[in-house]
Design a protein around this ligand. Structure first.
Ligand SMILES: *[C@@H]1O[C@H](CO)[C@@H](O)[C@H](O)[C@H]1NC(C)=O
Ligand SMILES: *[C@@H]1O[C@H](CO)[C@@H](O)[C@H](O)[C@H]1NC(C)=O
Length: 420
């Protein structure tokens, strides 16, 4: 019951549970303790600096405390919600930005310097740009937008993160898209590698750790700390969130936010075993510092072996997530999603974002105008689900090598992740 509460009144019991969760993971990862400790101390210094900055600028507080509207507008009749991208803050929504050669880490998440508050600040102090990305001005402007907005309008900033590379991404590269879709994606693995609800590959883990370092750097420059974290129930985004945020959360102690496991943030439903989730029990024991949205069932109710969700169906499913997030009075202005390429594509489709293909481990920020309107939304017809395509050739099946169980480095990494 209280589990689903987004409240930030983290009791000592919660803190103990949170720390215990980290301890379990630390024990699992005892081979890399020295590295982890180094990261912890860097994280501590950087985030402390960021919070001192936040408090002194007094704009938004990092733990669910940002100013601005929360929940649906009061005293206004509304029937549906409209979403649109507010351009001018991030390079990723400008039509001329090349989505295939954009490095969100080197580009300070894409933050521009051409929005009003930044322009004014630069007119007074042209050297400001060289001191780092202009997050302070960004936060001021978002706060001002919310202050000036009519009662039925709110501005939110979404940070949409795709999980790092996982086993199924590697397998689909290995087998090619066609054989992957008609044959291999239907299986749990190939005898040497598993990809049902897969773990991250070594590459995926480093992508998530690079995201952590990037966030620590941007926070130290005053980037907004997300008020709320939502995560897909699948293992790859959950592990990505942990690799990206757990060091930073540790420095917050009892103020650390508890990510909310959200059913509809998961990837395209059905057929592919990589998109079938574990039970709530298993997820809860793997991630003791996560909470679950209300009514999250133990057994996966959404995945079926035959029917595959289509793009219009997926878009409607992700709209439900957005509607429930922006009508939740405990959700602030700055919102983090850790999810999947497809789920993020559909989220952006609901915002009306330009095409942006997410790389594994990439994160994209989007400023969104949320309008509560009187008109009902016209009914959307999503059509029937798809089934797996028929193979046009026979799959090449390599017999598993003798001595199965002797694992290579990548499998060793999996075993550590799984706590084996
Ligand atoms: C299983 O797939 C992986 C790619 O994910 C590949 O490296 C491995 O060789 C495959 N195993 C067999 C037995 O074909
Ligand atoms: C989402 O994916 C579809 C199909 O690949 C593509 O046509 C569309 O442009 C994508 N949308 C975004 C926002 O990237």
């Amino acid at each position: 019951m209280a589990k689903s509460d987004l409240s930030t009144e983290s009791s000592d019991a919660f803190t103990a549970e949170f720390n215990n969760g980290l301890d379990i993971r630390k024990r699992r990862k005892n081979t890399i303790t020295v590295k982890t400790m180094l990261l912890y101390s860097t994280a501590f210094v950087l985030t402390t600096a960021a919070f001192v900055k936040l408090f002194t600028t007094g704009s938004s507080s990092p733990w669910g405390g940002s100013q601005g509207h929360r929940g649906p507008p009061k005293n206004i009749e509304w029937k549906s919600i409209k979403y649109s991208v507010v351009e001018g803050y991030f390079a990723q929504d400008e039509p001329e930005t090349d989505q295939f050669n954009f490095d969100y880490i080197n580009e300070d998440f894409g933050l521009l310097t051409t929005f009003d508050t930044a322009k004014k600040a630069l007119a007074e102090n042209p050297g400001l740009k060289d001191q780092g990305p202009m997050w302070k001005e960004f936060r001021q402007e978002i706060e001002q937008l919310n202050k000036d907005a009519p009662d039925n309008v709110q501005y939110k900033v979404f940070f949409l993160a795709r999980h790092g590379q996982a086993m199924h991404n590697a397998a689909s590269l290995y087998y090619g898209k066609e054989m992957w879709s008609c044959y291999w994606s239907l299986l749990d693995g190939n005898g040497t590698h598993r990809w049902d609800d897969p773990v991250l590959t070594a590459q995926g883990t480093s992508e998530a750790k690079a995201a952590s370092v990037a966030w620590q750097k941007q926070l130290s420059h005053g980037a907004p700390f997300p008020d709320n974290f939502f995560v897909s129930p699948l293992t790859r985004p959950a592990d990505t969130l942990m690799h990206t945020w757990s060091d930073i959360f540790t420095t917050l102690g009892r103020h650390a936010p508890r990510p909310i496991v959200t059913e509809n943030l998961r990837e395209t439903l059905g057929v592919h075993t990589c998109d079938r989730r574990k039970t709530k029990c298993e997820i809860a024991s793997n991630y003791p510092n996560f909470d679950f949205e209300p009514g999250f069932p133990d057994i996966d109710p959404k995945w079926a072996p035959v029917f595959r969700e289509t793009l219009p169906q997926r878009k409607e499913r992700l709209r439900k997530v957005l509607d429930s997030v922006v009508t939740n009075p405990k959700v602030g202005t700055f919102i983090s999603f850790t999810a999947h390429g497809g789920a993020i594509n559909s989220t952006m489709e609901n915002f009306g974002h330009r095409e942006w293909k997410m790389k594994t481990g990439e994160m994209i920020p989007v400023v969104v105008k949320v309008e509560f309107v009187k008109e009902k939304r016209p009914k959307v017809h999503v059509g029937p689900s798809e089934t797996a395509p028929v193979c046009t050739e026979m799959p090449t099946i390599v017999p598993p090598p003798p001595g199965l169980g002797e694992e290579d480095d990548e499998d060793e990494e999996q075993k550590i992740e799984n706590g084996a």
